[in-house]
Ligand binder design. Structure first.
Ligand SMILES: *[C@@H]1O[C@H](CO)[C@@H](O)[C@H](O)[C@H]1NC(C)=O
Ligand SMILES: *[C@@H]1O[C@H](CO)[C@@H](O)[C@H](O)[C@H]1NC(C)=O
Ligand SMILES: *[C@@H]1O[C@H](CO)[C@@H](O)[C@H](O)[C@H]1NC(C)=O
Ligand SMILES: *[C@@H]1O[C@H](CO)[C@@H](O)[C@H](O)[C@H]1NC(C)=O
Ligand SMILES: *[C@@H]1O[C@H](CO)[C@@H](O)[C@H](O)[C@H]1NC(C)=O
Ligand SMILES: *[C@@H]1O[C@H](CO)[C@@H](O)[C@H](O)[C@H]1NC(C)=O
Ligand SMILES: *[C@@H]1O[C@H](CO)[C@@H](O)[C@H](O)[C@H]1NC(C)=O
Length: 888
């Protein structure tokens, strides 16, 4: 154990900044806000201003060469862009004194993807991995005065095809319905940029992250990783500074220090002299250990379970003989996290569920149920994915619906630093897939070499975030081999051994070396440890007794709890719906497009048989005639109802199953969208919440009364409690309503109790059997001092067959919340009805957000809030408000 030294930090701070740049004496920023970039195509017929960070589709759109990429059929109309080759060029000035430093390092934070680099006409490097930070020593290519950097991109489609010729690996191509491109798996590039079942193909090229040149002597700190352990009285913080001294072996000599600010008045400081030889690549790590009394630190908790205190940690390296300090600042949270895979019988006894292993996250010593969703890139163009406003909106939407975990899915990108910082702040844990999804991957030397660098850099970059919970090697590739998704069965042994080579032999040891505190799962879904024991390709990777599962069923009745198989942890499940007409209108205004049979609709539905699957679900429960003059609008609306009800049923089934299967996670597919098209998302492209996302706030509520209609026709009622205190002496109130009246015909109450952090079956009710099932609905609520739980409902028969549902008289009134000026964008919406209303759905022309929506109205008057994005007068808003509901 190292003694903590309390030094005065200001000694270091004084000497930190020269030219306003920490870390190196000079830095030339080469983003387009600092220098001018141009991009031209191969035959030079196009030459336009370019953006860095940026990408070719953004640039051509800005130049008016192509239309808005997400309009109409532009994804295929602009496909020629991806077949051409593009060169990005800039000119910049280098002052002679810059060149006096030992290192002149070009840093490309992100190059998408295959490119050849030239400085002043001399080639000096090439890139082939979008997820790698490239660092080149360009001292010999630079001159004082004007220099010219050129980045020649190869067509990603040609690059992928060329590699596939040599290193083919399945699948042959994506389904035709995707209107996509083949062999994305050959490139270390966002896999979804060649199309997905929820997204268009935009095989981008460009410098999608920052570019700069650093001039320095000695070494700089590139990244900082932190390793946190605790005992009863202390936290042990190991800080690893990852140093770079250029790109060749060198000696690093200096003073390394770290300061942890524990509160406004107190910081802990530690430091030591270092004298180290780097490896041949100029890199070396140096460590500092800090011991912190437990009582000066507050625990970091996932959203819904507590606060998210974060502490600034500043690490500095003062090179001997130099006047500057290279600094790196990170914000860390103190928490422990474990993925527990123990004998399940310890939790469930000698039952069917008790066979196999548990699979749950224990945070700060408590087993916590992980509620959440799956994250896909926030934009199909990678350069736009870090947009703060969009990231904020999506993550806050997750936070506001009680989500504690998002899975960053393997077909996207390692997200921006900002994304993970925001997750740290909001308490959103991240299940981070490595970026391999739904395909077999090559294992030739060139591929494996760049993958190693990718894994190392990204683990080091993200490792310090409190939000990162677990790493997973890939999305669905174990199940794909076992299930022969890509016709790999004839070569099973080859594919299995390549799979093991990539995810087990290459990736696993890197992750475990750099981040020993977190679990690395080889695949998602998998049987976890059991898959590993079974040689990595389990006989049934969906085994309910192990690990996580993905479950999709488009045929059985998705509103029925009883169709869903048990699981320890549901990391994907979902159902499609259409985006709202308002969102669709941002992609097309041709009225002929607004029909299921239009070429436009067919073009945007990438899921084979997708619209039929939606229709099957809708028509099981809701009445919708094909000859209805309002068919398309209703189909869109009903698809959102059906999706919301399906995901509600499945999610509540998983939450209930904590009681008898120790199910401990429900992450539905998917949080967000990349374009205006039918998809599994709960939030539309542009940010509008679908009915599903409003439902999520209720079905993920920390305390929930959750009834289940069983196969025998009983209603099992569960009380779910995600709080640290038990619920004692509560009452579950059941109101039985006749569809034709707002007054319950019967009200009963049942005593309810449950432990902390648990789900308990309370009662099996058969009260409604006496009644005529078509004529009633059941409303469940919880009565308990100081505990809130949203109401819940049982519809005993499919809604299309209920009797007595009548057309309501509805009045919606808007009133400005007459308080402080801060709330000038907030309005009270009062809804009055004289009959029961199903799925009452408010929409607004003015951009804004309702506090609740998609409601079952069983009371004469309901109030909620509407908050507009920008301030607008009340009349305009009132005029733009419309509503829908289900009626047959
Ligand atoms: C030059 O490239 C553009 C874009 O790929 C293409 O449309 C055009 O036909 C080409 N011109 C010639 C002369 O090849
Ligand atoms: C990129 O560089 C600009 C300065 O050119 C800086 O403001 C910005 O924060 C950088 N972005 C990232 C993600 O580091
Ligand atoms: C820091 O602590 C760890 C274990 O607690 C130990 O293995 C390591 O050697 C220590 N490092 C230094 C630099 O003291
Ligand atoms: C569990 O059940 C099996 C079969 O019913 C029985 O043979 C076994 O003894 C039981 N184990 C325990 C620990 O009760
Ligand atoms: C369709 O019209 C709306 C309203 O005028 C407009 O905001 C939208 O941009 C238009 N969409 C397209 C694709 O032009
Ligand atoms: C649609 O047609 C069916 C018969 O094919 C008829 O029963 C129904 O009333 C029609 N619905 C509407 C809304 O016209
Ligand atoms: C529901 O109301 C209707 C119409 O008032 C009535 O005919 C029916 O008997 C009622 N059903 C029940 C179960 O109360």
């Amino acid at each position: 154990m190292t003694r903590v030294t309390y030094l005065v930090w200001s000694v270091l701070v004084l000497t930190v900044i020269i030219n306003g740049i920490s870390g190196q004496e000079y830095k030339i920023e080469l983003s387009s806000s600092h220098v001018t970039w141009r991009v031209e195509n191969k035959n030079k017929s196009i030459s336009v201003a370019a953006t860095v960070p940026g990408g070719i589709y953004t640039d051509l759109q800005n130049a008016g060469i192509i239309g808005n990429v997400l309009d109409g059929f532009n994804d295929v109309l602009a496909r020629w862009v991806a077949y051409d080759s593009w060169t990005y060029e800039t000119k910049f000035q280098v002052r002679p004194e810059y060149l006096e430093h030992a290192a002149s390092i070009l840093v490309l934070e992100g190059v998408d993807t295959v490119a050849f680099l030239e400085m002043n006409g001399r080639p000096f490097g090439l890139t082939n991995n979008m997820f790698v930070r490239y660092v080149f020593d360009i001292k010999q290519y630079l001159k004082a005065g004007e220099n010219e950097l050129g980045v020649r991109f190869m067509s990603p489609l040609e690059a992928a095809n060329a590699r596939s010729e040599k290193h083919f690996t399945a699948p042959q191509c994506v389904p035709q319905e995707y209107h996509g491109e083949c062999h994305a798996n050959q490139l270390r590039k966002m896999q979804a940029s060649f199309s997905w079942d929820w997204g268009p193909a935009f095989p981008s090229v460009g410098l999608w992250k920052n570019v700069s040149i650093e001039f320095y002597n000695g070494a700089i700190i590139r990244t900082v990783t932190t390793h946190i352990n605790r005992d009863k009285f202390h936290w042990y913080l190991k800080i690893v500074a990852h140093l770079e001294s250029g790109v060749k072996k060198q000696k690093v000599k200096g003073y390394l220090s770290a300061k942890l600010s524990v509160n406004a008045h107190q910081s802990l400081t530690i430091g030591k002299h270092i004298e180290l030889w780097t490896r041949d690549d100029g890199k070396i790590e140096a460590e500092l250990n800090m011991t912190i009394h437990a009582n000066v630190i507050s625990l970091w908790w996932p959203n819904g379970y507590g606060e998210q205190p974060l502490y600034d940690l500043e690490v500095g390296l003062m090179n001997e003989g130099e006047s500057h300090v290279s600094r790196k600042q990170v914000r860390i949270g103190f928490r422990t996290i474990e993925l527990v895979e123990d004998d399940a019988s310890t939790a469930l006894g000698n039952t069917t569920g008790g066979q196999g292993l548990t699979f749950y996250f224990k945070v700060n010593g408590y087993p916590l149920f992980m509620k959440g969703s799956n994250w896909i890139p926030s934009n199909i163009l990678p350069e736009l994915g870090a947009d703060k406003e969009i990231v904020d909106h999506l993550l806050m939407s997750a936070r506001d619906t009680h989500m504690a975990m998002l899975r960053v899915w393997g077909g996207g990108v390692y997200e921006s630093d900002y994304f993970y910082q925001k997750c740290d702040e909001l308490g959103i844990l991240i299940w981070q897939d490595f970026l391999f999804a739904c395909a077999m991957y090559p294992t030739d030397a060139e591929f494996l070499e760049t993958v190693q660098v990718e894994i190392e850099q990204n683990v080091n970059r993200l490792q310090h975030h409190a939000s990162i919970a677990v790493w997973a090697g890939n999305n669905e590739n174990e199940v794909a081999i076992r299930g022969n998704w890509y016709n790999t069965q004839p070569e099973f042994d080859r594919y299995k051994s390549e799979y093991i080579k990539l995810y087990v032999d290459v990736i696993k040891p890197i992750v475990e070396r750099l981040d020993p505190g977190r679990r690395y799962l080889v695949s998602s879904p998998s049987n976890g440890r059991k898959s590993e024991e079974d040689g990595y390709i389990a006989l049934n990777p969906y085994d309910a007794h192990y690990g996580d599962t993905h479950y999709y069923n488009y045929i059985a009745d998705n509103w029925d709890f009883n169709i869903y198989p048990q699981t320890r942890f549901a990391s994907e499940y979902g159902f499609q719906s259409f985006p709202s007409l308002k969102t669709m209108r941002s992609a097309t205004n041709k009225s002929a497009d607004f029909s299921l049979d239009s070429d436009y609709s067919k073009h945007r539905q990438h899921s084979p048989n997708g619209n039929n699957n939606i229709e099957v679900q809708i028509t099981r429960h809701l009445r919708l005639d094909k000859n209805d003059t309002d068919y398309f609008r209703k189909f869109v609306f009903f698809s959102q109802i059906s999706q919301a009800m399906s995901i509600k049923a499945e999610t509540e089934f998983y939450r209930q199953s904590q009681a008898d299967w120790f199910t401990m996670g429900a992450l539905y597919w998917q949080l967000n969208d990349v374009w205006q098209a039918p998809s599994w998302a709960g939030i539309e492209y542009g940010g509008k919440w679908k009915m599903l996302h409003y439902f999520a706030r209720r079905f993920f509520a920390p305390v929930l009364v959750s009834p289940r209609l069983t196969l025998t026709g009983d209603v099992d009622v569960y009380l779910i409690n995600d709080r640290f205190v038990p619920i004692i002496d509560a009452e579950i109130i059941v109101d039985v309503f006749n569809w034709s009246s707002l007054t319950p015909i019967l009200t009963q109450s049942y005593p309810a109790n449950t432990e902390a952090l648990s789900s308990t079956k309370q009662a099996s009710l058969d009260i409604w059997k006496k009644e005529n099932k078509e004529e009633i609905l059941l409303k469940f609520s919880l009565k308990c001092m100081g505990v809130e739980s949203p109401p819940n409902y049982i519809f005993p028969v499919p809604l299309k067959t209920v009797k007595g549902l009548s057309t309501p008289n509805i009045r919606v009134k808007l009133r400005r919340l007459d308080v402080s000026s801060e709330d000038e964008n907030r309005f009270v919406v009062t809804i009055k009805t004289d009959a029961i209303v199903l799925f009452f759905w408010l929409e607004s022309e003015v951009d804004g957000h309702f506090s609740d929506n998609g409601l079952i109205l069983t009371e004469g008057e309901t109030q909620l809030y509407f908050t507009t994005k920008v301030s607008t007068n009340k009349k305009t808003i009132q005029r733009g408000i419309s509503y829908s509901y289900y009626m047959h």
